[in-house]
Design a protein around this ligand. Structure first.
Ligand code: ATP
Length: 228
């Protein structure tokens, strides 16, 4: 198991947003967190990263209990976090943004360029001049350069054009083939159906439904929980 949450309660300023969440991400599995705005997806990902207060329960990563560790230690242990607000360095070029993130491991500039050839085409362009889709690809690529052992993607397709969403789906599927475990928060059910093995549907900080994507896509409650 790459990640296991047990009875996780977490939130802000003493007020829990997540209530007793149990969740697992297997080795090489792509797992989605679904739920409408405010359901607690971002809070859950931040709790895994150590960026919000945990009130009860455990975060176990490759068998290690993370709860006492600060987020920089979690990053050093190989948790690769891609936040929803695309934090690239606008003054640095694409190539520099990638090289600055590099840590030893199988991921290199060459490998990232092989998976995302568009980034090589624009490698000398400054981060601040990229389109939203290019910035999202660069953000994910930069996290891959840190050689993560688990990838956390917060709404990777938000606000992106269909062609770019397709590129990101292709990338996630390639990562899955390589055995990279991924936990992703999403509202885009089509994208999730393409890339994820399983999903958990959150509502007001609790898991309402979980199952394989095939099972969930056939349940009417899913559309209701996502207010589609
Ligand atoms: P979205 O798609 O809007 O990001 P989400 O499912 O990721 O939705 P969260 O961002 O985790 O949901 O928010 C869950 C709840 O936590 C919401 O009620 C929100 O108002 C609250 N919340 C989020 N951030 C904070 C904060 N910094 N301080 C206090 N409450 C917060």
């Amino acid at each position: 198991m790459s990640l296991r949450l047990e009875g996780l309660s977490a939130g802000y300023g003493g007020i829990p947003v997540l209530h007793g969440v149990d969740l697992e991400v297997g080795e090489g599995e792509v797992v989605a967190l679904l739920g409408r705005n405010g359901a607690g997806k971002t809070t859950l990902i931040k709790a895994v990263m150590g960026l919000v207060r945990v009130y009860a329960g455990q975060v176990v990563y490759w068998g290690q209990e993370l709860t006492p560790l600060p987020s920089y230690r979690r990053a050093q242990l190989g948790l690769g976090y891609v936040p929803d607000d695309r934090r690239i360095f606008p003054e640095l070029t694409v190539r520099e943004n990638l090289l600055i993130a590099h840590r030893p491991g199988p991921w290199s500039l060459e490998k990232v360029y092989r998976m995302l050839p568009r980034l090589q085409e624009i490698e000398h362009r400054r981060g601040g001049l990229l389109s939203g889709g290019e910035q999202q690809m660069l953000t994910i690529a930069r996290t891959l350069m840190t050689n993560p052992k688990l990838l956390l993607l917060d709404e990777p397709t938000e606000g992106l054009a269909p062609l770019i969403v397709e590129e990101i789906a292709r990338l996630v599927l390639e990562l899955k083939r390589e055995g990279m475990p991924v936990l992703l928060a999403e509202q885009n059910l089509r994208f999730t159906g393409r890339v994820a093995d399983r999903a958990y549907v959150l509502e007001t900080g609790e898991v309402r439904l979980s199952g394989t994507m095939d099972e969930l896509l056939h349940k009417e409650e899913v559309a209701a929980l996502l207010s589609l």
